[in-house]
Design a protein around this ligand. Sequence first.
Ligand code: ATP
Ligand code: MG
Length: 393
Amino acid sequence: LPNIFTAALPVLERLENGGFEAYFVGGAVRDLLLNRHIHDVDIATSAYPEEVKELFQKTIDTGIKHGTVTVLYGDSSYEITTFRTESGYQDYRRPDHVTFVQNLDADLKRRDFTINALAMNLRGEIIDLFDGLNDLKNRLIKAVGNPEQRFHEDALRMMRAVRFMSQLKFKLEDKTKQAVKDHHQLLKKISVERIRDEFVKMGIGPHSRQAFQTFLDTNLSEDVPDFAGKSDLLAVYPKLKFNPTEETSFWSVIIILLKIQDTQINKFMRDWKNSNAMTEAVEKIVTLFDLFSERIPTDYELFKAGKTVLLNTIDVAHILGQPIDSEALVDRYMALPIKSSSELAIDGRFLIKQGIEPGPKLGKMLNTIKEKVIAGELENNEEAIGAFVAKQD
Ligand code: ATP
Ligand code: MG
C-alpha cells in the first residue's frame, strides 16, 4: 500500500474504534487500483460531522452542511465526509440538499461513474457495488445507474466523463456515451468556470486527442463558450502531432485552430472566465507563433518574448506540427547579451548625469541603447554606452 494510504490507516482505525464505519472512497481507490499517482485520499464515514470532530484534535469545518470535515492528522489532512445521498436536483447543477445516511451503499450510489464508486476499508477489502472493478479492467467510463437520469441530476458529469477519458486513457461506455449525445445541451445550465476546469483537465491529460474527439462526437462542443458551429475547425485537434501538457499551450492551440484574431483573443479568454495572467500568457504565445509562421524573429523580438514565452511557443509549434528550428531559436535566445531590461549596465539616472534631460527624449535614448546592446552593436558597460551617448545629438 502506498505511504499516503498507510499514513491514513490510523484515521480509519480511530473512526472504527469509535463505533463508526469508515472507508477510503473515490479517486484515491480508483488510482490505487490503476497504479496511478495519488494526490489525496478521501474518507467516507457513518459518523456525523460533530462526531468526527469529537474524535480528532485538529479539524477544519470545510463543508459541514455537506458533511465534510477536514482532519489534520500526522503530516497530512484528510477530507472526511459523512455517508450521504443527494436529493432535489432542481437545476441540473448541484443538489438542493444532502441527506445523511447510515450506510455506505447509498453514498456510493450517488457517485458519478462506476470506477469512482469503489470503496476500501482498512483491511484493504474493496467494496464494489456497481462492477467498477470490471470497468477498471476494461478501461471504461460508465455512469452509475441510468446515465440519462444522472446527467439530468448534474450535467457537469458529462464533462467529467471526457475529462476522465483523457486523464485515464479510458473509453466511454456505449450507453453513457449515447446519453451524453442525447443530452449535451444540459451543459448550458452549468457555470463556465466549472466547465472550464474539466475542459482544461481534459486538454492536458495524456489522452486529450481521443477525449476531444468524443467531446466533438457527442456535440458537447456546441454548448461551451465560442465553440458552437466551429466543429470543422476543432476537428483538427484529434489529428494533432502531440497532446498539450500545459494549460497555456492548450489554450494557445485551441485559439490557433479556431483562427481567432489577435484582437479577439482577450474576449475569447474572458468568455471562458480565464484569469488575466492566463490571458496575457496566451496572447504572447499566439502572437509569437504568428510571427514564427511569417519570418524568423529578430534578437530584439526574442528578448521581448522572454524565455518562458519562447519555450511555450516552441511547444505549441511542436504540438501543431509546425516545422521550426527550435534549437537555433533557443541558442540565439541564450546568446542574447541581456535577457531582461534590468541587466542593462545603465539606467535613466546615468543618462541624466550624461546631460540628457528627463522626458520623452531620455526614454527614446534608453530604448535605442537597449536595442543596440541586444543586437550586439553596443557593449553592455558604462564606458561604451557613455561614449555612444556623447556621440549623439
Ligand atoms: P481527481 O483525481 O481529479 O481528484 P476524483 O475522482 O477524486 O478525481 P473529485 O472531483 O475529487 O474527483 O471527486 C471525488 C469523488 O466524488 C469522485 O471520485 C466521485 O466519486 C465523487 N464525485 C465528484 N463529483 C461528482 C459529481 N459531479 N457527481 C457525482 N459524484 C461526484
Ligand atoms: Mg479527488
